[in-house]
Ligand binder design. Structure first.
Ligand code: SF4
Length: 168
């Protein structure tokens, strides 16, 4: 979550990015093995599964519940009252939410998740300005640099996600 552009109050009352349905379960964050160790040291109740055949990336095991007839999957780090409980151990993808880095053909694009109602309603210029903010490295540079080291965070492009940046 980006405090410059999203208010903590708005996110605290929403939590849409921490609860998933069968259509957006692919949005759950990727956890590196190093981050997994840090999270396990403070939250040994959180369980992980390996991401596909990767040996370096993990996903949270999310418990599901039927809500209004729909199966929803809850991030195990989510406290219903307080929000995310991971603090400085929050996954990188959650820290940049609702920006997403995605693969579109041979390009890696930075897009904005259309399911975030607050960001989706903002002018395009403010979304791009936030990506270009930063003294040494812009947020966009940080996202590409992190993706270079952690390619598993680059998700396949999803139709309907407005694209803000394009790069090989
Ligand atoms: S790790 Fe935190 S911010 Fe990320 S999905 Fe889980 S509760 Fe939400």
């Amino acid at each position: 979550m980006l405090k410059n552009i999203l208010s903590p109050k708005t996110c605290a009352s929403c939590k849409i990015c921490c609860i998933f349905d069968k259509y957006d379960i692919w949005e759950t964050p990727i956890i590196s093995s190093e981050l997994k160790s840090r999270i396990t040291a403070v939250r040994d109740d959180i369980r992980f599964v390996t991401k596909g055949d990767s040996r370096d990336s993990y996903l949270f095991v999310c418990d599901s519940k039927i809500v209004d007839g729909e199966e929803l999957f809850f991030c195990p780090a989510l406290d219903p009252e307080k929000g995310c409980t991971l603090g400085e151990n929050k996954p990188f993808e959650c820290s940049i939410w609702p920006y997403r880095i995605m693969q579109l053909g041979k390009y890696r694009v930075i897009a904005v998740a259309s399911i975030c109602p607050e960001m989706y309603s903002k002018p395009l210029k403010s979304l791009v300005d936030e990506l270009e903010r930063g003294l040494d490295d812009s947020l966009a540079e940080k996202i590409y640099a992190y993706a270079d080291k952690n390619p598993d965070i680059v998700k396949p492009y999803q139709k309907g996600y407005p694209i803000l940046y394009v790069r090989n």
